[in-house]
Write a protein that binds this ligand. Sequence first.
Ligand SMILES: [Mg+2]
Length: 405
Amino acid sequence: MKKIIMHIDVNNAFLSWSACDMLKHGYKIDIRNINSIIGGDEKQRSGIVLAKSENAKKFGIKTAETIYSAKKKCNNLQVFLPDFRVYSHYSNAMYKILCDYSDKIERFSIDECFLDYTYSQKLFGTADECAKKISNRIYTELGFTVNVGIGDNKLLAKMASDLEKPNKICTIYKNEIKDKMWILPIEELFMTGRKSVPKLHNLNIFTIGDLANFDLKILKKTFGKMGMQMYEYANGIDDSDVDNSRQEYKGIGNSITTNVDILNKSIAYNILLSISELVGKRLRAENKYTNVINVQLKSADFVTQSHQRKLLNSTNITKEIYNVAKELFDEFWNGQPIRSFGIRLDELQDDKDGQISFLADERLKEKSNKLDKVIDNTRNKYGNNIIKRAVFLDNVIPNMLNKEK
Ligand SMILES: [Mg+2]
């Protein structure tokens, strides 16, 4: 049977998702319609733009430039912090809708999925009709728009979803490659690295069509293995399967809702330590390391704030997670009563990159690592309450642990 693949891509994901979440919580303005960006802490000059509204784009603001320079371009620019708990919530919610239309879905990134539609046509009609249904459902049920690309394989679906934006459904079937794909500049071919572009230009390759019709031998000579792949992609060839083994957007989070409002800093620290232990344990159980730590606080009047930090080196050690969480907390807690604390670990990876870490003394670190393992093993055997770190004994830790879904 002839394969049909869809690529679903959220339009301006971080900004859209923040906007949806804020509207849901009573914020009166849709930040998609004002001069706004999502970015790191603007007090730090190093904070960068992660996403920008259409309005902000008109001022020449670019993703990854510093917030400092973005603000110089547009003086009433509103800056909102990213919230990865919200993002993973919407990512999961979209995935759930997609699951109604196929059992073969690949989560390609937090805001992109491939969906194998080959065997779903009998149930849901043509790919075009179904793409409309999917796009409408995502908009009415979740509040944001997506692009859907449709093609005979993943590459063509991905290229199709990039043709026009936003809120569009486009196809690139094999017989459309020449008209829709070959006319595009070579920079737009999937997986073509920035470094390759000048080399391709040197070979007089400026469009995807130029590459598709170029001498394969010369490409192989210039680019090695990549040369072959670039040539195949330019010709719309891609046999890779939709890989549905990644069903969950991987990120680990836990939160604690307290039965009394917390005003005391040292109790707050202890709560953060207990959450650090929970997320650390889950992280180690999956043999992963985290690169991003996010702390979220909900005040007694239900205002949620979060702060995150990208680590210089990945970690899976409770003490390191806790130290960062504590620093983040100190940075943004304004003394308001808190009713809920959360920590989320994002950008998980398999291997430790093995560089210097927060704990300068590597031996101390090894010790922490061993201690974590002993605690994990004992808890696995006897349950989570068996070991309490000494600091907990002085304080009553409020109840209710919520494992984030
Ligand atoms: Mg996107």
